[in-house]
Design a binder for this molecule. Structure first.
Ligand code: DAT
Ligand code: MG
Length: 149
């Protein structure tokens, strides 16, 4: 089953949106298989955002993501990588559609609340980077026959 990596950033935690964000992913029908509240080291932040290291916003991005606890999660379900990106919305919250997390709760690209993997391969790498195998719980919700044909 497809998996994606989702992180509620320090602004989402500070603003008390952890429950709201988890609720949206649960309501959609995705399954939570990993969850931890953690402080992010500079090293982990730089690895996670390595693809952006030449961008002008990189230093402030690293400073922000290491500024307070984040909620790191792994979610599972058919098509979860692309679907979670839709639920999250566009990178700039001012461009994100209403009904998306960033569209409903954000106003600034540097405080856009949440991260979601952008492709299946990226998701696998990010899950490995953030979670140990024994921190993930494989389980099959009893609702599965009511979510999948
Ligand atoms: P996304 O998080 O939607 O995958 P991304 O991978 O392009 O977006 O960028 C990673 C994060 O970097 C993004 O969530 C917020 C920050 N960021 C991106 N573009 C930025 C910009 N132009 N100015 C400030 N921060 C930016
Ligand atoms: Mg990205």
């Amino acid at each position: 089953m497809e998996r994606t990596f989702i992180a509620i950033k320090p602004d989402g935690v500070q603003r008390g949106l952890v429950g709201e964000i988890i609720r949206r992913l649960e309501n959609k029908g995705f399954t939570l298989v990993g969850l931890k509240l953690m402080n992010v080291s500079k090293d982990l932040a730089e690895q996670h955002y390595g693809v952006h290291k030449e961008r002008p916003f990189f230093p402030s991005l690293i400073k922000f993501i290491t500024s307070g606890p984040v909620v790191a999660m792994v979610w599972e379900g058919d098509g979860v990588v692309a679907s979670a990106r839709k639920i999250i919305g566009a990178t700039n919250p001012l461009s994100a559609e209403p009904g998306t997390i960033r569209g409903d709760f954000g106003v600034s690209v540097g405080r856009n609340l949440i991260h979601g993997s952008d492709a299946i391969e990226t998701a696998q790498n990010e899950i490995e980077l953030w979670f140990k195998e024994d921190e993930l719980a494989a389980w099959k919700p009893t609702l599965t026959p009511w979510l999948y044909e």
